[in-house]
Every structure is written in structure tokens, then in C-alpha cells.
Design a protein around this ligand. Structure first.
Ligand SMILES: Cc1cc2nc3c(=O)[nH]c(=O)nc-3n(C[C@H](O)[C@H](O)[C@H](O)COP(=O)(O)OP(=O)(O)OC[C@H]3O[C@@H](n4cnc5c(N)ncnc54)[C@H](O)[C@@H]3O)c2cc1C
Length: 660
């Protein structure tokens, strides 16, 4: 113990003696934990956020939010706001953010402010994302240069507020089943946008409820009574000055949700709304004035904008997991419970649950930066070299679909582990966990349901496997399949020493073996079936979904250099799959379990410096139990005392209680 802590300990003992009341040990506990750091927390912070410059800009952005009453929630605790109050506050934040876009001269600081605001409010995040990304990128990826030039300035300055209308009441995952029609009228050179049935109603559309002035809507294109395929159309929904719905448009809000209530998800019905032909997005497929339809050579490109949306879930995972784990780890080291008043973080069942989550957050941060950079590079090709752009799509589509599903499911697991690790206090909205669970809930579904997406990754993997079986070489995220013959020949693990488990190349090889083995087994099962293709697929769906997960996690390991605990966690979690193939012996399983526990214990020693390195300020965390200084009980009770309607005599006393 350092001299400083010995002095603090003595001070506490004297204080306790004088006041005859035990004082909070949290500040000393966290100070002690911080002494365990074997690394420089500031440097780790730079590493985590990708660069010193960005990490510092992010800290500046946190301060800007804290100091600017237009940017932060004011007039009470954010978790006490009603839905209309949250809606208004979110719009106020966006208004201010767009003002700052013009006045903040430092582009890095403005970028950091966007990221920080997204961390501070998921509703802000989603609203800005829908307009600035989904709408703007749709113009970039689906629109012609003229269309892009005509709209982009108004979109980025929020003079046009856009929404992205894909999902319908009846269909979403099966997009070919969408019912909204865009019928070409040759006489007027217009399209007529129409919702022919109740189930054609567009639903869940972010900002369609009461805010968006325009949408890009995906519709079945009909020319001369013939369905030609789905395309995107620009439709004005509301008058830009009055907010009134345009003729033929009916729309409303979906009402109460269990998260992200600052955004107005809505429904839209079109009744024969006429738009010029040139409002069809025509970068890939086209309709000319005579009504001739020129289909896209690459139909899959219609959904490419969703690749970025899926990858953004990874950034969300860093922010959400980072914040809740900071709260849970600090609380876990402050909270004492048991015969010897142990720190609850020292219970094996506690740190074994949380430490893989901390490790995974580091891995996800590295993977996210790498894959988003890759996607940004590919997107540039859409403007310069369309064929090259298309050639990259299958692999990045498979990676983004698989990662989105695997990491968003893992995010749910992290949130639930955190919730269970904080006892009853996690149930208090003021500690931030419930809100995070509500906000996160949508990401396993939105942007493509996980069960559907992960099967697309599995399909890609099986397709690549087929190519390899026919003697072709494959590249990208499935390159490891080229060695399948060699992998096939090793049926038992050569694991003999615990030290091998700490070598990431070794653990990656084991995970690669599992992935290859499962591809092999599933491909054989699909090939040997006498049922139709769809039935066979469905009969193997559970295993295919697992395969998609294995492929995605393998990708994270292959791209990451130092992920020991996360690697062992993944192997430990998949033990039953290895055992199914008789790859490990009993002794090897014991060795893996032992190593898993040992690594969790090692990471536990530095859990506070590890979460401090993410740099979330108390203001950003909004959770008294996650306070940096460890004085959590004072902060929590102060929050309760300040909460509305929590003290005094309630109205129902007069009306009911006294009359019993
Ligand atoms: C908060 C929120 C915001 C949203 N924002 C937008 C938006 O801005 N724009 C937009 O267009 N949409 C938006 N959506 C809609 C979202 O994209 C859809 O909810 C999503 O695509 C899933 O569609 P669904 O809800 O119709 O589920 P369904 O497709 O009906 O699926 C229901 C369940 O069935 C199972 N399932 C379905 N198909 C398969 C299959 N092939 N194999 C195995 N299982 C299957 C899955 O378990 C799935 O969870 C939003 C949704 C929410 C909740």
C-alpha cells in the first residue's frame, strides 16, 4: 500500500471513531485499484480511440456537451424525462449541433462532438444517423451525380430532413415481398407511389412519425403493368415550413417504445402520390422517358447502404459496452459484501463474468476501426470504379452481416452480465443500465434481423467452400478455407501446454479448425439431403446460424493481435462444439478452463485502469454508482433526493389512503 493510501486509511479510522459511523471506503478502494496499473492509462486511452488527437478531441467534446445547455439534458435527470420532453430535447440538441457545425472550425473536434453526442444520447445518435448517413449515403450510393448534387447540401444542413423507408407492416426481412408500388405513368412522365394494402404501410421508419420532410422509399417498380424489381424513390412527406403532410401522404408516430424515445419512429401510407420520373434513384437501374427499364447489372447493390449501418453497430457496441462496463467495474470494486466485507469484484463468479466483456471491448474497438476504414475505402470506389466496388461487396457484405449479428448479440450478453453484477441497483434507472438495455435492444433487429443476416454469412462461407472444393482459390475473410485439406487431416488438438493458449496464433488455429470442420460437416449434410433446398436449409438452420457466428468471431481474432482472454473466452464458450467433433481430450478441456479462470483473475487486477482508459467522464456516464472517485453512495442518495416526486406526501394520500 502506498504512503498516501496508508494515510487515507488512518484518516478513515479516526473519522469512524469520532463519528461512530462507518465511512465510505469507495474512494480508497478505487485509488488502490488504480495503483495496479501496469500501463500508462493516458497512452492506453489514445490507443483505444485510435490516436492521441482523437482521444483528446473526444475529451474536449465531452466538456462542450457538459457546458452547453442546448446540448445536454437540462431541467432534471435525463431518465426522468417524459416522451414529449425527450423528443423536444433531442431536436434542440440537433439544432445546436448543426449550428456548431458552422461555427466549430476544427473538423476533428466536430467529428468528436458527433461521436460524443451519440454516446450521450442514443436518440440523438439514431436521428442524426438516419439523415446524415442513411439518407445522405443513399444519394451517394444509389443516386446519379445530378441527384446527389441537387439534394446533398439541403440534407447535410437539415433543410431537408430525410428518412429511410424500407420496412413494411407485412414484410421486412423478406424484401422481395414488399408491397409499396411505384407505377410509371408515361403520359405525365411521373411515378405514382402507392400503398395498395394495409400491410404495405411503411413502419418503424426513423423520423417519419412527425419530423421527416422527405423519404427515400423502396418500392416495387411497375411499368406497363409489369413488376420490374425494387428501386428507391425520393418522396416528399411534409411541407418544409409548416410540417403539414403532403397530399396523399398519411403518417404518424409508433408511440411508446422501451428505448430511444427521443426519436419519432413512424408509419407512412401513400395514396397515389405523384413524383417526377427523375425522383427514382438511377445510378444503377434506370427508367428513361419512354418508359424503358434498364435493370441494374448488380441488383445486390440496392442494399449496400445497409453495410455501413451494420458496421455502425460495432461503434455503438464500443460506446455502450464501454460505458456500462465502466459503471459495473467501478461499482464492483467499491461494493463490499460478505463475512470479511470483500470487494464483490474479488468473487470468482463476478470477475469471470465481467473480464471477458472488458477484453472484448478492446478487441471490438480495433476491429471496428479497421473494418470501417475498409468500408470507407470501398465506398469511394462507387464513384470512381464501379466494377471494383462491386467486386468487394460480397465479402464486406458477409463480414458486416456476420459481425453485426455476432457483436450485437454479444452486446446484449454484456449488458445482461452487467445488470446481474450490480444487484438491485442496476434496476434503478439512475444507474444507466436499464436505459442502455432499452436503447440497445433494437440493434439485434434494426438494419436487418440478426437471424436473417447471420445466415447470409453462412451462405457466403458455404459458397466459398464449394469454390475451394472445385479447386478455386478464395480471398478476403474466407481465405482460410484454402487450407481446408490440411485442416481436415488434423483431427485432434495438439494442445499440450498452457503457454500455447496464450499464443494468439495458436488459439486462432484452433478456432479456424472448428470453423472449417463445421463448414465441412454442414456442407456434407446439405449435399446429402433428399429434401428440397429450402427445406434442407431450414432443417440445418440452427447449425448454420452457429456457423455464421463462428466465422464472424474467427474474423475478429484473425484481425486482432493481442486478444488472449477474448480468444480463450471464445474457445471456452465453444467447448461443446469442439467436443462434438472429439477434437479435445478431457485433459485439454481442463487446461482451457483453468487458463480461462487464470486470465480472468489477471485482468481483474487491472480492471479499473482498463476501464478508466476508455475515458468516459462522470457526466457522460450519468450513473452515480459509476463515479470516478468511488464516492458512489453519497452521489446515489443525492440523486434520489433530487428526483421528482420522490419525497413528501403524494396526491393519492388525500384521495385514497386516508379514507381506508
Ligand atoms: C427502433 C426501430 C427503428 C427502426 N428503424 C427503421 C428505419 O428507419 N427504416 C426501416 O426501413 N426500418 C426500420 N426498422 C425496422 C427494422 O429494420 C425491422 O424491424 C427489421 O428489419 C426486422 O423486421 P421485422 O420486425 O418485420 O421482423 P420479421 O422479419 O418479421 O422477423 C421476425 C422474427 O422472425 C424470425 N425470422 C424472420 N425471417 C427469418 C429467417 N429467414 N430465418 C430465421 N428466422 C427468421 C427472426 O427471429 C425475427 O426476429 C426499425 C425497427 C425498430 C425496432
Amino acid at each position: 500500500m502506498s504512503k498516501k493510501n496508508i494515510a487515507l486509511d488512518r484518516l478513515l479510522t479516526i473519522q469512524n471513531h469520532i463519528s461512530n459511523q462507518p465511512q465510505q471506503t469507495g474512494p480508497i478502494d478505487l485509488a488502490r485499484e488504480r495503483e495496479n496499473a501496469s500501463f500508462n492509462v493516458k497512452h492506453m486511452n489514445w490507443l483505444f480511440w485510435g490516436s492521441k488527437e482523437f482521444a483528446e478531441a473526444l475529451q474536449d467534446a465531452f466538456l462542450i456537451i457538459q457546458r452547453d445547455p442546448e446540448l445536454h439534458f437540462s431541467g432534471g435527470h435525463p431518465f426522468d424525462l417524459t416522451r414529449p420532453e425527450e423528443r423536444e430535447a433531442t431536436m434542440k440538441q440537433i439544432f445546436r449541433y448543426i449550428q456548431l457545425k458552422k461555427s466549430l472550425k476544427d473538423p476533428l473536434l466536430f467529428k468528436a462532438l458527433g461521436v460524443a453526442m451519440g454516446m450521450y444520447s442514443e436518440s440523438f445518435n439514431m436521428k442524426v444517423y438516419v439523415n446524415d448517413y442513411l439518407m445522405a449515403q443513399s444519394f451517394k450510393l444509389f443516386g446519379t451525380t445530378e441527384q446527389y448534387d441537387a439534394y446533398i447540401n439541403d440534407i447535410v444542413n437539415w433543410k431537408i430532413i430525410g428518412c429511410f423507408a424500407m420496412t413494411e407492416l407485412g414484410h421486412s426481412s423478406f424484401l422481395r415481398g414488399l408491397e409499396t408500388t411505384a407505377t410509371y405513368d408515361r403520359e405525365t412522365d411521373e411515378f405514382i407511389i402507392h400503398s395498395p394494402t394495409l400491410t404495405a404501410t411503411k413502419i418503424w421508419i426513423g423520423m417519419a412519425g412527425q419530423t421527416a420532410t422527405h423519404t427515400i422509399a423502396i418500392c416495387q417498380t411497375i411499368i406497363d403493368g409489369k413488376k420490374c424489381g425494387t428501386n428507391w424513390f425520393i418522396v416528399q412527406l411534409r411541407d418544409q415550413k409548416t410540417g403539414k403532410l403532403m397530399p396523399g401522404v398519411t403518417a404518424g408516430d409508433v408511440g411508446a417504445k422501451y428505448g430511444r424515445n427521443g426519436i419519432d419512429n413512424g408509419w407512412i401510407q401513400f395514396s397515389h402520390v405523384r413524383i417526377p420520373r427523375t425522383n427514382m434513384m438511377m445510378k444503377w437501374s434506370k427508367v428513361d422517358k419512354g418508359g424503358e427499364y434498364i435493370p441494374s447489372a448488380f441488383p445486390a447493390v440496392s442494399y449496400s447502404v445497409l453495410i455501413g449501418e451494420r458496421l455502425s453497430v460495432l461503434s455503438g457496441a464500443i460506446s455502450t459496452c464501454g460505458q456500462v462496463l465502466t459503471i459495473a467495474c467501478r461499482y464492483g470494486c467499491v461494493r463490499r459484501q460478505g463475512a470479511n466485507e470483500e470487494q464483490i469484484m474479488d468473487y470468482q463468479s463476478h470477475y469471470v463474468r465481467l473480464m471477458p466483456c472488458v477484453a472484448s471491448t478492446y478487441v471490438i474497438s480495433v476491429i471496428t476501426r479497421m473494418i470501417i476504414n475498409k468500408w470507407e475505402g470501398i465506398m469511394k470506389l462507387a464513384q470512381t470504379s464501379q466494377e471494383e466496388f462491386i467486386s468487394y461487396l460480397p465479402d464486406i457484405h458477409a463480414i458486416s452481416s456476420g459481425l453485426k449479428a455476432a457483436i450485437s448479440w454479444w452486446g446484449c450478453e454484456v449488458l445482461e452480465r452487467v445488470r446481474r453484477s450490480m444487484g438491485g441497483y442496476a434496476y434503478s434507472s439512475y444507474n444507466g443500465i436499464g436505459g442502455a438495455i432499452g436503447d440497445w435492444g433494437v440493434v439485434t433487429t434494426g438494419g436487418g434481423d440478426n437471424f436473417v443476416l447471420i445466415q447470409q454469412s453462412a451462405r457466403y462461407l458455404l459458397g466459398s467452400f464449394k469454390q475451394v472444393s472445385h479447386g478455386k482459390k478464395v480471398t478476403g475473410s474466407v481465405e482460410f478455407l484454402n487450407d481446408i485439406q490440411q485442416i481436415r487431416s488434423s483431427t485432434k488438438s495438439i494442445l499440450s501446454d498452457e503457454r500455447q493458449l496464450l499464443n494468439l496464433d495458436f488459439t486462432l488455429d484452433m478456432y479456424t479448425w472448428l470453423c472449417c470442420k463445421k463448414v465441412d460437416v454442414l456442407a456434407a449434410s446439405l449435399d446429402s439431403s433428399t429434401e428440397g433446398e429450402e427445406t434442407t436449409w431450414n432443417e440445418n438452420q440452427v447449425d448454420l446460424i452457429k456457423l455464421g457466428e463462428l466465422y464472424s468471431y474467427r474474423f475478429t481474432l484473425s484481425e486482432y493481435i493481442k486478444g488472449s482472454l477474448w480468444a480463450i473466452h471464445l474457445i471456452n464458450d465453444s467447448l461443446y462444439l469442439f467436443l462434438e467433433e472429439e477434437y479435445f481430450s478431457k485433459e485439454q478441456v481442463k487446461m482451457i478452463k483453468k487458463c480461462h479462470l487464470k486470465l480472468c483473475k489477471e485482468i481483474r487486477k487491472e480492471c479499473i485502469p482498463l476501464v478508466d482508459s476508455w475515458g468516459f467522464s462522470d457526466f457522460m456516464l450519468k450513473a452515480p454508482l459509476g463515479k470516478y472517485d468511488g464516492d458512489v453512495y453519497t452521489a446515489y442518495l443525492d440523486t434520489l433526493k433530487a428526483a421528482p416526486n420522490c419525497m413528501g406526501i403524494p396526491d393519492y394520500w388525500e384521495k385514497y389512503v386516508k379514507n381506508f
